[in-house]
Design a protein around this ligand. Structure first.
Ligand SMILES: C[S@@+](CC[C@H](N)C(=O)[O-])C[C@H]1O[C@@H](n2cnc3c(N)ncnc32)[C@H](O)[C@@H]1O
Length: 162
């Protein structure tokens, strides 16, 4: 890794049903490129590739989680359409992204916002789980109840502010 790890959130996985809702909410299409920033055990990246036909990339700074995700990609036979980078989110260029997913914190989203604004192209979509991008106006919000917990998804259609 080129930069010291700088934790933006602990590992708390998004429940699988909510992962599916996030990908549907983003209208992820076959062959589009998805990045999950802080990919944990890889569940968003794996479902994006397996069930939506996307080329998906996870970025995660905990090596054990990266290894777990890579093993699952082998089991599911989707190593050609998935990539798990053991790196800090801030080291990875997002210019090829059609969809970015985030489950971090409000403060971390605010730090990442500047990077997204520099690197994303117009038309890219960003879906965040539970924590909004406070300086952006969302295109849509979805609330889902799962196991007595409310999950809120925020969808942003990125357009350059310049
Ligand atoms: C709340 S979990 C979300 C995991 C996955 N995206 C999901 O929704 O199931 C956040 C993840 O971000 C990772 N993370 C935190 N800071 C990071 C950083 N600076 N670079 C890469 N990964 C980071 C954590 O290790 C953790 O796995």
């Amino acid at each position: 890794m080129r930069q010291n790890s700088n934790s933006l959130a602990p590992f708390i996985p998004t429940p699988y049903n909510i992962v599916r809702k996030m990908l549907e909410f983003a209208q992820l299409k076959k062959s589009e490129v998805l990045f999950d920033l802080g990919s944990g055990d890889g569940r968003i990246v794996l479902m994006a590739a397996k069930d939506f036909g996307a080329k998906s990339i996870g970025v995660e700074h905990r090596l054990s989680l990266v290894e777990e995700a890579r093993e699952k990609a082998i089991e599911l036979d989707i190593t050609n359409s998935t990539l798990f980078l053991h790196d800090n989110i801030f080291n990875v260029n997002l210019k090829t992204a059609n969809v970015v997913t985030l489950y971090l914190t409000i403060k971390s989203n605010e730090r990442i916002r500047h990077k997204l604004e520099k690197e994303l192209h117009n038309g890219a979509r960003v879906v965040t789980h539970n924590f909004p991008m406070i300086k952006w106006i969302q295109s849509d919000v979805m609330k889902i109840i799962e196991d007595h917990q409310i999950h809120t998804l925020y969808l942003y259609n990125f357009t350059s502010r310049e």
